[in-house]
Design a protein. Structure first.
Length: 257
């Protein structure tokens, strides 16, 4: 399957109720039906709702190119893991992605490198695309950030050497998440370009997206240094998301001239 030229995705986290989630998805599904750049696959959309909404959300997007997934998966394939949801069940419910290693999971649930590596491997084994979140905790130089992110990427792929699949690598500097502004463009460009040059297991490919207070105009300013954006609360307004799709489509049209 051909990968989109630009990805735009969002995690709904725990902001919406079940009814609000479905209403938002209905609006986004209409946008996906109407926008030519989404219909023809140039702009890829993905949505990560709360676990209980996955089946209904999958049904709402069934006749669109929009991909859905989970905000987390268990670090084990099955068994006595109370309250957890397996990668295989996410796939069974209609999901095709799994968000792994978000800063909030690392901070609030003490997720470590070994758990994240297990989740990446399990996602790939279940034909899920990992949306792997990496990023440095404190603001520093782009060189230091790139080194830390390269370390996180290497650890996350520690169990993936015999596996195949595509990784959506979400660079999210922790100090930029929820901030008034995203990280400086030069910082994002330097880190994302360095991540694209990292060695990967033979069967793994990656696309690099940026998250952390991402909003209008950022995609155009980053030019070709990223493969898309991981949007936060800005995308909770379907009209605002539609504007971002327009921006991505305009950028692709400009590049094709």
């Amino acid at each position: 399957m051909t990968q989109p030229a630009i990805w735009l995705g969002t995690s709904l986290k725990m902001y919406f109720s079940y009814a609000q989630t479905l209403a938002w998805c209905e609006s986004v599904a209409q946008i996906a039906h109407q926008h030519p750049a989404v219909r023809d696959g140039r702009v890829g959309l993905f949505v990560l709702p709360a676990f209980p909404a996955i089946p209904a959300v999958a049904a709402l997007f069934a006749d669109t190119p929009v991909r859905i997934g989970a905000q987390n998966i268990a670090p084990a394939a099955s068994g006595a893991w109370t309250g957890e949801v397996s990668a295989s069940m996410v796939q069974e419910l209609g999901g095709s992605l799994a968000e792994i290693g978000h800063a909030e999971r690392r901070r609030h649930f003490a997720e470590d490198d070994a758990q994240i590596a297990a989740k990446v491997a399990l996602a790939l084994q279940s034909q899920l695309t990992p949306v792997l979140c990496i990023g440095e905790a404190q603001q520093g130089t782009p060189e230091a950030a790139a080194d830390e992110c390269a370390r996180q990427l290497k650890q996350a792929l520690a169990e993936a050497h015999a596996l195949r699949g595509t990784l959506l690598l979400a660079y999210e500097p922790q100090w930029a998440i929820g901030a008034p502004q995203p990280a400086p463009e030069n910082h994002i460009r330097a880190v994302c370009r360095a991540l694209r040059q990292q060695p990967l297991p033979p069967g793994i490919s990656l696309q690099v997206i940026y998250g952390g207070s991402a909003g209008p105009g950022l995609l155009s300013r980053l030019d070709d240094s990223v493969d898309g954006l991981f949007l936060g609360r800005f995308a909770h307004d379907p009209t605002a998301l539609a504007q971002m799709i327009d921006e991505a489509a305009a950028l692709l049209a400009k590049e094709s001239v």
